[in-house]
Design a protein around this ligand. Structure first.
Ligand code: WT7
Length: 685
């Protein structure tokens, strides 16, 4: 960072937003649940002395233990370099390859073991079991194609827009083998959203699939690639090649035509690369493994850049000790690989440990509420990992369904949003049959892996609370003035992490100033300092710490809405709405949803002389879906005569949020146009 201007801006802006954080959940403190004795008896981590070994005075060398789980071509010289704070560099001087760590190194002992169980959504379609040997062969052949046909080399970026199929990890690992940086975009995102990410990362190659199943329908996915290329072109960026995997090898399943000279069917082309082997490229630990775009406070998603060495060490260690993955376990994380959870805890963590990881293509409740439990029973899954949104949906669709199946979990995870104690208890009693330990893991796209969680065999569980920092993570809650709020204070504040950790992202792609301003400026003690102690990491969540040291996460303190455990920037949705010609102003507010936690309500005002209509509201909603994806579809589009505004002209989103939630908006007499509040309330009723 050249000067401290972004520092100051961000501090002011974030202070103004803080009080919004005090919202969120006000659940009672719950009683503890003890981890089942059978779980403890077999757990990978039972020694409570671990916290002593990872205390702050052992930092950063304690993290050698993480990196020791990997295979290195060359060991690192320096565990942590803070010379360019807060751009931390982990395991400097070390060389490794993420793909060989996830594939090659397991062949000697486990070549016949299933690396991936791919479960297609149509139930009559056979499950594919891909052994480590087969994964090795397929990754090598595809890496050869990427190198020789696409000309991709170390450091290039490639955008992936792939559904939940085995070809997705194969593609990621092939990139990693070459040192190519992958940027996977969630398949549910629109072609436009894919284009934005391809443009930002300057990807010349887009890898996609022709079609995939979702809720019983074979969706045309290739059409999104055409939109992505066209949209990127309007931004002045050329995507030269579109590589298309076939959902059914040998058969093209999309009604969208291939574009001559640009589009290639991977399955056809692969014939040329049969039997090809590609040596994994020894990469510096500090090189980038992938970009993962996530929403923030501006309209533009930011590319979180994750490293090879630090990231892989972090997800491997946490998979082993927090997920408790053993060689014989069958592990199923129901997240989508298009999100960080899937990168860390479907692909890189489990495969680095040589585990068997389940990939399910479709909707957990398709064709009925028992589907997930049948999959668990048939594959004998014993570690299950999902989000509160999925748990709520499964519970609503079939509260008594789990009891009908003979599945047995030893361990279950919840991630992505706060889980209501009642939902937690259903998960524990019905899904886990009282036999499974639960970890509520709090972390973010930026973090690489878990930050707060109970250690499953060491801590008692407390429904609704994530738990303490995991070994090596030292959280702290600051109030707006930067004062530490001690455990048991009963006060909510901004949760930060005192120390760097290997899984933390390296920067925002092409935006280092924003990286510093958004995550480190707020509580930085001295912007010139090279001492990590001066740079607490601001997570952007409100939290309280109970007397027992457990953290309860209350929700975002910024303009981010957590929909179904995934982040959407209110600004992103607003800018999509503003692209509709009729719209003059737009404001998005979160509203509670029984299943998804939060969903967006969109308020718009029209340009002069235009009238509200249902058609127009639908058109605006469709515009949001086409700009971002169905996940951003507003619950309601409310066309208002005028936005409630302060005298300085700022839209009062708080007032709109209160109206959406049928709550009292409080004193509105100081608004420039208080009379509009009742009119809007009428519209929302
Ligand atoms: C935001 C990060 C990282 C996994 C998927 C989401 C919220 C995440 C929890 C939890 C309460 C949680 C936070 C966080 N969040 N886990 N266990 N309890 N809230 O990643 O899309 O980057 O979202 O999700 O608000 O900041 P993400």
């Amino acid at each position: 960072m050249s000067d401290d201007k972004p520092l100051r801006q961000s501090r002011e802006q974030q202070t103004a937003d803080i009080s919004e954080a005090q919202i969120a959940v006000h659940w009672q403190e719950e009683d503890y649940f003890a981890p089942p004795a059978k779980f403890i008896a077999q757990a990978n981590l039972t020694d409570a002395g671990i916290f002593e070994r990872f205390s702050l005075d052992k930092f950063p060398e304690c993290y050698r233990e993480f990196a020791d789980l990997l295979e290195w071509y060359k060991r690192w010289d320096k565990t942590l370099d803070t010379g360019n704070a807060p751009f931390w560099r982990w395991f400097v001087g070390g060389k490794l390859n993420a793909c060989s760590n996830c594939v090659d190194r397991h062949l000697a002992k486990h070549k016949n073991k299933a690396a991936i169980h791919f479960v297609p959504e149509p139930e009559q379609e056979a499950v594919q079991h891909i052994t480590y040997q087969e994964l090795f062969v397929r990754v090598n052949e595809f890496a050869a194609l990427l190198r020789d046909f696409c000309g991709l080399k170390t450091g290039d970026r490639v955008t992936l827009h792939m559904p939940m199929v085995a070809e997705l990890p194969i593609t990621m690992l092939a990139c990693a083998r070459l040192g190519v940086i992958h940027s996977q975009v969630f398949s549910g995102f629109s072609g436009k959203a894919c284009a934005d990410r391809a443009v930002d990362s300057e990807s010349r190659v887009l890898i996609t699939m022709d079609a995939y199943y979702r809720a019983g329908k074979l969706l045309d996915h290739k059409e999104k690639a055409d939109i992505a290329v066209a949209e990127a072109a309007t931004d002045g960026h050329r995507i030269d090649k579109v590589l298309v995997w076939q959902r059914y090898p040998g058969k093209y399943s999309s009604p969208t035509k291939l574009v001559e000279g640009r589009d290639v069917i991977i399955n056809d082309l692969l014939r040329k690369y049969r039997g090809k082997r590609v040596e994994p490229v020894p990469m510096p630990a500090e090189a980038a493994l992938f970009l993962m775009y996530t929403s923030g406070t501006t309209g533009k998603p930011k590319g979180c850049q994750h490293s090879i060495g630090g990231y892989l060490a972090y997800v491997t260690w946490t998979s082993k000790y927090i997920q408790d993955i053993h060689p014989e376990d069958v592990y199923w994380c129901m997240a989508d690989i298009g999100w960080i959870t899937g990168h860390s805890y479907i692909v890189y963590g489990p495969l680095s440990l040589g585990a068997s990881s389940v990939i399910y293509e479709g909707v957990p409740t398709h064709p009925d509420a028992g589907r997930s439990w049948r999959i668990a029973e048939d594959l004998d899954v014993n570690i299950f990992h999902t989000s509160p949104t999925a748990i709520r949906a499964l519970r609503r669709a079939g509260p008594d369904e789990p009891a009908k199946y003979n599945h047995h979990f030893k361990h279950m995870t919840t991630v992505g949003e706060p889980i209501e104690p009642a939902v937690w208890k259903w998960y524990f009693t019905e899904v886990g049959k009282g036999e499974a330990v639960i970890v509520d893991t709090w972390w973010q796209t930026e973090n690489g892996g878990f930050l707060c969680s109970t250690v499953p065999a060491i801590h008692k569980m407390k429904p609704g609370s994530a738990g303490p920092g995991i070994p090596g993570i030292h959280p702290v809650i600051y109030d707006d003035e930067g004062k530490e709020l001690p455990a048991g204070s009963g006060k909510a504040g901004n949760i930060c992490i005192r120390n760097p950790w290997p899984g933390i992202f390296q920067t925002i792609w092409k935006d280092p100033d924003r990286f510093v301003a958004q995550y480190y400026a707020r509580y930085c003690k001295n912007p010139k300092s090279k001492d990590w102690r001066d740079w607490p990491y601001l997570a952007g969540d409100g939290a309280v710490q109970a007397a027992d040291g457990y953290y309860r996460i209350l929700g975002r303190i910024d303009d981010v809405i957590n929909v179904a455990g995934h982040r959407l920037g209110t600004k992103e949705i607003e800018s999509a709405a503003l692209l509709v010609a009729e719209v003059a102003e737009a404001a998005v507010v979160p509203v509670a949803d029984e299943i998804k936690g939060k969903v967006p309500d969109l308020y718009v005002s029209l340009k002069p002389g235009l009238n509200a209509s249902k058609e127009l509201a639908n058109k605006i909603s469709a515009a949001v879906v086409s700009a971002i994806g169905a996940i951003a579809r507003p619950r309601e589009v409310v066309i208002v005569p005028d936005m409630p505004k302060t005298r300085s002209g700022k839209i009062m989103r708080r007032v709109l949020a209160a109206i959406s939630s049928h709550q009292d908006p409080g004193d509105v007499s100081t608004l420039a146009n208080p009379e509009v509040v009742d009119k809007i309330r009428e519209l929302v009723k």
